[in-house]
Every structure is written in C-alpha cells, then in structure tokens.
Write a protein that binds this ligand. Structure first.
Ligand SMILES: *Cc1c(COP(=O)(O)O)cnc(C)c1O
Length: 238
C-alpha cells in the first residue's frame, strides 16, 4: 500500500511539472507571436529511469532525448511497446554511429562528414531514413563539438546526397553565457543560418533544435522549433 501511494505522488509531481512546462511553452509562444503548436518538446531523459519516461508517455509526451548510447539502448528496448520517438543528442564517437543509427529515430549532433557517412551506411534500406540535424558550433569555440558556422552549408549539401539520412535542420548548444543578451545573439545567429539553408530545402528542413531548461524562453523568442528540456520536466539530475 505504502509503495503505491509513493508511486502516485511521484506521478503527480512529474505530471504537474509536465503541465507547467506545456503551459509555459504556450505562453511564451503567444508572447513571441507564434502559434502554440509551433514548438515541439523533446524530453531529455538522460540519468532518469525508464519508469519516469513511461509516466510522461502516459500523459502524451512522445519525443525523448538521450545522450549516452549505453544508457539509452536498454531504455529504448524496454519501452519499445510505447512507440516513442528517440532522439540522440550526445556527442558522437564515429565507432558508435552504427548503434546510434540502428536504435534512434533522430540524431541532433551530426557535425562532420565521417559521422554523416557512417550513420547513412548503417541505416539499412528497409528502414525509414534517419532524421538528422547538423550541430552548429555557433560560438566557433575550437574545443567544442559542432560544425563551424561557415562550414555548415557544405556539410548540409553532403547530407542532402546521402539517401538514408533526412536532413531536418540545425541544433545548437551555445555556451552558457551571461548576460542573457549574448545567449540571444547566439540563437539569433543560428536562426539566420537556418533560414538561409531552408531556402534551398523548403520541404523537409523544418527543425531548429535550441533551448534548454535555463534558456528555452529566449530560444522560442528567437525561433526555436524544438526545445530540449531535462531539468524542467524531470527535476535535477545527480
Ligand atoms: C542535458 C541536455 C539537455 C537538457 O538540459 P536541461 O538543462 O536539464 O534542460 C538538452 N540538450 C542537451 C544536448 C543536453 O545534453
């Protein structure tokens, strides 16, 4: 009995956070003169148990993001009957490309030719194409993952040619800058690049993945179409 009650409580907490987040997204959209449904929510479930994912799925969340392959594969397998959509958002070691392509529906962190080619090769003909975003190194930081801003077009053109990848858009993780205006600038710069690339790809290039718990309102204001929230939904990670 006791355990049942506790489970019920955590249920409520997760569900009420989900409702708050959904409401906050809608409010932010309206303030930015955007349609309520113009932003998709990606629930970042790294370091969270499969039970929490199943609970969120129960209230209608479909898209989940994971950073680490080893952690993600058992969750994906265990929850396969729920028909969730899985997004890989971690940095990619190219020797892991095969398993990523086999287990995920989306990859947000394509940042070099070798990875793109390997993902493409691993995706077999019988499957639907893998949805990919190019990760932009918007701050042009030498150590950071992501394609330098001025190389994105070249990589996009390459991905266009790969039959088992579907180029869906761009993803960015600006360095956590203060003041906030610098963050806004990084998002705005990514949006400009997104719009430029979209001109040649009007149909399928529709995803601008930017904004996390701390900065998603700014990201929505600057044109994000998918925000990636972990803490806001699941609470703090250890
Ligand atoms: C962990 C992570 C998130 C979620 O971060 P929160 O601040 O907890 O919302 C989003 N995107 C990426 C790439 C991450 O690694």
């Amino acid at each position: 009995m006791r355990q049942k009650v506790r489970l019920g409580d955590s249920d409520n907490q997760l569900q009420s956070r989900f409702q708050q987040v959904t409401l906050a997204i809608a409010t932010t959209c309206r303030e930015a003169n955007r349609a309520d449904d113009s932003v998709d929510l990606l629930a970042v479930s790294k370091a969270k148990p499969r039970e929490a994912i199943a609970e969120l799925a129960q209230v209608g969340q479909r898209h989940f993001g994971e950073n680490y392959l080893q952690e993600a594969i058992p969750k994906i397998e265990h929850l396969s009957s729920l028909q969730l959509v899985w997004h890989f958002i971690g940095s990619i070691q190219s020797n892991k490309s095969r398993d990523i392509a086999k287990n995920f529906d989306w990859v947000h962190t394509v940042d070099r030719e070798r990875v793109a080619r390997r993902l493409n090769d691993a995706r077999s003909r019988s499957e639907t194409p893998l949805n990919v975003c190019i990760q932009v190194n918007v701050d042009d930081e030498p150590q950071k993952s992501g394609t330098p801003h001025d190389r994105c077009e070249e990589l996009a053109t390459l991905v266009d040619e790969l039959p088992y990848l579907s180029l869906r858009g761009l993803m960015v993780i600006p360095k956590p800058l203060h003041p906030v205006e610098d963050m806004r600038h990084a998002f705005a710069r990514t949006k400009q690049l997104f719009d430029a690339l979209k001109q040649d790809r009007p149909d399928s290039f529709d995803t601008l993945s930017m904004g996390m718990t701390e900065d998603y309102a700014i990201a929505i204001d600057e044109g994000a179409t998918m925000i990636r929230l972990g803490t806001a939904l699941f609470g703090p990670r250890r």
